[in-house]
Design a protein around this ligand. Structure first.
Ligand SMILES: Nc1ncnc2c1ncn2[C@@H]1O[C@H](COP(=O)(O)OP(=O)(O)OP(=O)(O)O)[C@@H](O)[C@H]1O
Ligand SMILES: [Mg+2]
Length: 414
C-alpha cells in the first residue's frame, strides 16, 4: 500500500518553499523532503504577477523536495496571501422542527448543515470568492457557545457561527495556474496566516487568545485565535523588504542593505550601539561608504516601527483588546529573525511578543525549524487533518457533504 503523502507549497514574495511529509501507521506526520527557490520578482505583495517566473520557482522548490523525499508529488496544498485575502464572521439561525405542540425537536445533522449554509448567505463582490469556512461554534436557545455540533439535543432554534475567508477570484485562479504549470494539482488552498498558525501555535495558546503574525518580505499575515477558533484574519502590505528599502536610502545597493539588515541591525540594542563604523559598497561597487551602526539602526527602527504600528492598527480596527490576548503575539516568517524585533514590538503593542518556530511534526532536518518554513509545514498539517476529518465524517454522518463541497469549490473554478 502506498503511504499517505502530503505536500505543501508556500509561494511568498521572496521565496517558494515546498515541504513533503509522510504519515506513519500511527498517523504521525514525518517531513521527508523540503525545497526552496527565490521567486525573483514574480510575486509582488503576496500576489502572482508573472506566471512563468512563479511556475519556474515552484518547479525548482518542488523538485528539490521530491529528490530528498524520493516521492513524486501529484497534489499539493497551497497557501494564499495578499491584502485581497480577508476574513469576516457569519451567523445563521434555523428553527428546529418540533416533535409536537409541546415538545421541541432534536437537532439533526441536517439542521447543522442548514444553519451553516444560512451563515454563508452573504453578498460578496463579484470579484471575490469564499476560500474557507471555519466553524466557530453553535448556540441553542440562548445557551453559551458550544464548540461541538449539538446533534440530538432538544432545541427550538439553532445558531451556527462561522468565520469566512474570502479572496480575489483572479488571484486564486492565477495561483492554481502556477501550480498546474509546474505539473501539480491543487488539493486545497489555505490562507497563509492559518497555515503558519497551525504549525507554530499550540492549542492552549489558541484557546487563551493569541495572534500569529507572519512577517515575510512584502506581506504581513495576521490570524487571531480565541476560544480555540479563528476570530480574525487579515493581510497587510509590508514586511522585511520595506526595511531593506529604507536602508537603501543611504544610497547603497540592495544586497548591501540586505546584508546590513541581517548582520548589523539590533532594534532592541540600538541605544547601546556606539558610533561603530561599518563599511558598505556604494552603487556600482566602485567605492565604499563609511556609515555608523547608530545611523543604520535608527533607519531600520523607524521602518520596523511603521510596520508594528500597522499591525497594532489592524488589531484595534478589528476591535481586539489586549485582554483578548493573554498568550500575546507569536511571530513567524523570515523577518521574525530581525534582531530585537520581538522586544520592540512588545514595547509598542504592550503585550508579550515571541518568535515561534514550526512544530507538531517529526522532522529530521533542522532547516525546517526555520520561521520561513512555518507556512509550508502548516499546509501539510492542515491537509492531513482535513483528510482525516473528511474520512471520519464520510463514515459517521452526512455532514461529509459539507467537507466535500468545500473541497469541490476549488475544482469548480476551472
Ligand atoms: N536573519 C534575518 N534577519 C532579518 N531579516 C531576515 C533574515 N532572514 C530572512 N530575512 C527576511 O525575511 C524575508 C523573507 O521571509 P519569507 O521567506 O518568510 O518571505 P516570503 O514568504 O517569501 O514573503 P511574503 O510572505 O511577504 O510574501 C526577507 O525580507 C528577508 O530579508
Ligand atoms: Mg510568506
Amino acid at each position: 500500500m502506498n503511504p499517505e503523502i502530503y505536500a505543501g507549497v508556500d509561494i511568498g514574495s521572496a521565496n517558494v518553499i515546498c515541504v513533503v511529509a509522510e504519515a506513519d501507521e500511527h498517523g504521525v506526520l514525518h517531513i521527508t523532503g523540503a525545497g526552496q527557490a527565490p521567486t525573483s520578482g514574480s510575486v509582488l505583495e503576496g500576489v502572482i504577477v508573472d506566471l512563468e517566473g512563479a511556475a519556474e520557482a515552484v518547479s525548482q522548490a518542488v523538485e528539490e523536495a521530491e529528490s530528498i523525499s524520493s516521492w513524486k508529488i501529484i497534489d499539493t496544498a497551497v497557501s494564499i496571501s495578499g491584502s485581497h485575502v480577508r476574513g469576516f464572521p457569519g451567523r445563521g439561525t434555523v428553527n428546529v422542527e418540533r416533535e409536537d405542540e409541546f415538545v421541541s425537536g432534536k437537532v439533526t445533522w441536517m439542521d447543522i448543515e442548514d444553519a451553516m449554509e444560512t451563515a454563508q448567505l452573504i453578498k460578496l463582490p463579484r470579484e471575490s470568492m469564499v476560500l474557507r469556512t471555519e466553524k466557530c461554534g453553535y448556540t441553542i436557545d440562548g445557551s453559551s457557545r458550544l464548540l461541538r455540533p449539538p446533534v440530538g439535543l432538544r432545541a427550538e432554534r439553532l445558531t451556527a457561527d462561522i468565520y469566512m475567508v474570502t479572496a480575489d477570484r483572479t488571484a486564486v485562479l492565477n495561483l492554481e495556474q502556477v501550480i498546474l504549470d509546474a505539473g501539480k494539482n491543487v488539493s486545497a488552498i489555505y490562507p497563509a496566516a492559518s497555515a503558519a498558525a497551525r504549525s507554530v501555535l499550540t492549542p492552549d495558546e489558541m484557546e487563551m487568545g493569541v495572534v500569529l503574525v507572519d512577517i515575510g518580505a512584502d506581506t504581513t499575515d495576521i490570524a487571531v485565535f480565541h476560544s480555540g477558533v479563528l476570530a480574525h484574519l487579515a493581510v497587510i502590505p509590508g514586511g522585511g523588504e520595506s526595511i531593506t528599502r529604507a536602508l537603501q536610502q543611504i544610497r547603497i545597493p540592495r544586497h548591501e542593505a540586505e546584508r546590513l539588515k541581517r548582520e548589523y541591525i539590533d532594534l532592541a540594542g540600538r541605544s547601546k550601539t556606539g558610533n561603530r563604523e561599518i563599511t558598505v559598497s556604494s552603487f556600482g561597487g566602485r567605492s565604499t561608504i563609511p556609515i555608523t551602526d547608530e545611523v543604520v539602526n535608527e533607519i531600520a527602527y523607524r521602518s520596523a516601527g511603521n510596520l508594528i504600528g500597522d499591525i497594532l492598527c489592524e488589531l484595534k480596527q478589528a476591535g481586539i483588546q489586549e485582554s483578548d490576548l493573554p498568550a500575546g503575539i507569536v511571530l513567524s516568517g523570515g523577518t521574525s529573525y530581525l534582531r530585537g524585533l520581538s522586544s520592540v514590538a512588545s514595547r509598542i503593542i504592550g503585550i508579550p511578543v515571541e518568535v515561534g518556530k514550526p512544530g507538531g511534526i517529526e522532522m529530521s532536518s533542522s532547516m525546517i525549524e526555520n520561521a520561513e518554513f512555518a507556512n509550508a509545514v502548516g499546509l501539510v498539517l492542515l491537509s492531513h487533518e482535513e483528510e482525516n476529518e473528511y474520512e471520519k465524517r464520510k463514515e459517521s454522518n452526512p455532514l461529509g457533504k459539507v467537507a466535500s463541497r468545500i473541497k469541490g469549490m476549488i475544482r469548480k473554478l476551472r
